[in-house]
Design a protein around this ligand. Structure first.
Ligand code: FAD
Length: 247
């Protein structure tokens, strides 16, 4: 697993598979159940610590791709994204399309499917702000479900996927409603300060993304220097508490 976590830690997985299609998710779960094995979902391993011993589970790497847009009228656009898509690519694509809503979440590592798990957020924005629903495979009931944002029970870096229903759902696609046009005014203090210092009062989506990326580039340096036994301590960088969790 060391090759699949950003901490480069973790022993060998007893079983490892990747799913590029929904059907493969279902098949993988059925096989694991037949072997009495738990299934641990893996995105990009950026919020995961795995022990050095062998992992007695099926590790299922979610690699489902997809990016679709659907205009809803009045400048609103629904974006449907495969759970395996790299999150920052998704943010970039939406900004390139002139859609606003996800800019402050630029450069958060990981996959789109994992983002609702801890309601990923930074610089005053979070997944909950624009999430419509997720499509997921319910490993308990062996059924496909659509969970609305409300059903996901999103809180500060939390959700039902991390709390009450940890390990139950595999998120295969995520839908957001975004708007065409300019972003809402930035609220996060450090972000506002940086924009003001750069002489930007009404940022475009691209300017907002660029500014967040510049702040994060510095933030990552701070985090690396603060790293203690796998836990990123809270810093003044603006990303909030970045805490690695067990697999
Ligand atoms: C340098 C750095 C900076 C970071 N900055 C931020 C930040 O600013 N804000 C923030 O919120 N987070 C931040 N994080 C944490 C991390 O980026 C997020 O938690 C991200 O969403 C994890 O994505 P992943 O694909 O790497 O998930 P993984 O680490 O692979 O998995 C994390 C958890 O989610 C589960 N999971 C993964 N994919 C799915 C799926 N498709 N369905 C169901 N469960 C799934 C896994 O089983 C595991 O429990 C940071 C991490 C690092 C290393």
């Amino acid at each position: 697993m060391a090759n699949y976590t950003t901490m480069h830690m973790g022993g060998a997985a007893a079983h490892f598979g990747a799913a590029q299609e929904r059907e493969q998710v279902e098949q993988a779960v059925a096989w694991a159940k037949s072997q009495n094995l738990p299934v641990n979902v893996l995105g990009e391993g950026s919020n995961m610590i795995v022990g050095d011993g062998s992992v007695q589970a099926l590790i299922l790497k979610l690699e489902i791709a997809g990016f679709m847009t659907q205009p809803l009228g009045d400048g609103l656009v629904r974006v449907t994204v495969g759970g395996g898509e790299h999150w920052d690519d998704v943010v970039k694509r939406t900004v390139d399309l002139g859609l606003t809503g996800l800019e402050t979440l630029s450069m958060i590592p990981g996959t789109t499917g994992a983002a609702p798990v801890q309601n990923a957020g930074a610089y005053g924005g979070e997944i909950a702000d624009h999430l419509v629903d997720v499509e997921a495979y319910d490993m308990r009931d062996r059924a496909w479900v659509t969970l609305t944002a409300k059903d996901c029970d999103l809180g500060y870096r939390s959700s039902r996927f991390r709390e009450a229903d940890a390990g139950r759902f595999i998120i295969t696609s995520v839908r957001f409603d975004l708007r065409e046009g300019a972003p809402d005014p930035a609220r996060y203090e450090r972000l506002v300060k940086r924009l003001t210092a750069d002489g930007i009062t009404q940022p475009t989506g691209q300017q907002l993304r660029d500014t967040v990326m510049a702040l994060r580039a510095r933030c990552y340096q701070i985090q690396v220097s603060y790293q203690v036994r796998g836990r990123f301590q809270e810093s003044d960088c603006g990303c909030g508490d970045v805490t690695a969790v067990g697999a």
